[in-house]
Design a binder for this molecule. Structure first.
Ligand code: PRP
Ligand code: URA
Length: 212
């Protein structure tokens, strides 16, 4: 169900159930990490629905038939550090041969502006599909900067996948990069005065890595 232009909320009972557990303030880091991985895997199934395929001959024990193979160079999963790291394993369970790029981006707590501190992506970016993963799309600053950085390095085919999106973030990312489809497990109400998503789940990085 799409509620904002460019956004697809992946609507599935398993995702809704797991998202409710994830939001719970008493959910410990171990379970939080497991849930982030499981939801990411379920979402990856939908995010990759439009991958192009080639026909290939397959010799079964009985005859030759036509099969399918995903077209082109290996897809690249790009976590936005730190919290995006929690989503990588789930995506790789569905696409084990994917490459992994990394974008280091932290949000200044006062200005809420993203600060880039690391960037590493595979070669031949122009011909690959990229799925940028970050659990939280809040103001949209980090996602917009990550996508801009990838485009500056040649990436042309990008999707953005998050667990929770705020309307402000969807609008900001959509305005800066209207060619990039956004996938979320849930669309929340708004941001608070500190740029936290409401009702949200808190600080995703801290909850994943137990740093608070
Ligand atoms: C969080 C989150 C996003 C960003 C979203 O990261 O993982 O990257 O905030 O906020 P925005 O849409 O307003 O930019 P944070 O900067 O807290 O870093 P961390 O992952 O290292 O904790
Ligand atoms: N980053 C988070 O981790 N949580 C929010 O609610 C907003 C940004």
């Amino acid at each position: 169900m799409t509620q904002l232009p460019g956004l697809t909320v992946i609507d599935h009972p398993l995702i809704r159930h797991k998202m409710s557990l994830l939001r719970g303030a008493d959910t410990p880091s171990k379970l939080f990490r497991e849930l982030v991985g499981e939801i990411s895997m379920l979402m990856a199934y939908e995010v990759t629905r439009t991958l192009e395929e080639d026909w290939v001959p397959v010799r079964t024990p009985l005859e030759v038939t036509s099969g399918h193979r995903i077209r082109g160079k290996k897809l690249v999963v790009v976590p936005v550090l730190r919290a995006g790291l929690g989503m990588v394993e789930g995506v790789l369970r569905l696409i084990p041969s994917a490459r992994v790029g990394h974008v280091g981006m932290s949000r200044d707590e006062e200005s809420l502006q993203p600060i880039e501190y690391y960037f590493k992506v595979p070669a031949e970016s122009e011909v690959r599909r990229f799925v940028v993963v970050d659990p939280m799309l809040a103001t949209g600053g980090s996602a917009t900067a990550a996508v801009s950085g990838l485009k500056a390095r040649g990436a042309r085919h990008l999707s953005f996948m998050c667990l929770l999106a705020a309307p402000e973030g969807v609008r900001a990312l959509g305005a800066a990069h209207p060619d990039v489809p956004i996938f979320a497990a849930a669309l929340d109400r708004e941001l608070d005065q500190n740029g936290y998503i409401l009702p949200g789940l808190g600080d995703a990085g801290d909850r994943l890595f137990g740093t608070r």
